[in-house]
Ligand binder design. Structure first.
Ligand code: HEC
Length: 113
């Protein structure tokens, strides 16, 4: 009886760190998935698709640099005639979210081609 308890305790001591590692590992993978999900949600919520289409095929040139695109999202672009690209910095989109949105638009565009 006692040895059983000791065995259970010992195996718990080995299993728990393993579980912890597994959960932490999953957490990291999930964080990545979340940032893509977040970008997809932001793309919908901020109605980016209304002007850029669901597949990011309009007014988005994937040849241009990430810096250019991030700047466009944060500061907006005043074009020749409306609709203009709005500035999203004041609407709670920071550089990190903008970068995730650019990655999302690139992925949409790649999937559409
Ligand atoms: C009201 C319409 C409109 C909305 C809404 C809009 N955009 Fe734009 N966006 C534009 C237009 C028009 C341009 C092109 C401006 C130009 O180059 O003259 C543009 C340009 C861009 C560019 C630069 C593309 C390039 O090739 O230079 C990016 C990146 C971008 N938008 C991302 C977004 C994201 C992300 C959202 C949502 C958070 C969004 N846009 C919402 C109209 C819009």
């Amino acid at each position: 009886m006692r040895t059983k308890h000791v065995k259970a305790l010992v195996s718990a001591l080995f299993v728990l760190p393993l579980l912890a590692v597994t959960f932490i590992g999953n957490g990291a993978a999930k964080a990545n998935a979340d940032s893509q999900d977040d970008a997809a949600a932001l793309y919908k919520k901020n109605t980016c698709f209304a002007c850029h289409k669901a597949d990011a095929s309009k007014s988005f040139d994937p040849e241009k640099s990430d810096e250019h695109h991030i700047e466009a999202i944060l500061k907006g672009i005043k074009g020749e005639k409306p609709p203009y690209m709005p500035a999203y910095e004041a609407k709670g989109i920071d550089a990190e979210k903008a970068a995730a949105l650019v990655a999302h638009m690139r992925a949409l565009r790649a999937a559409a081609n």
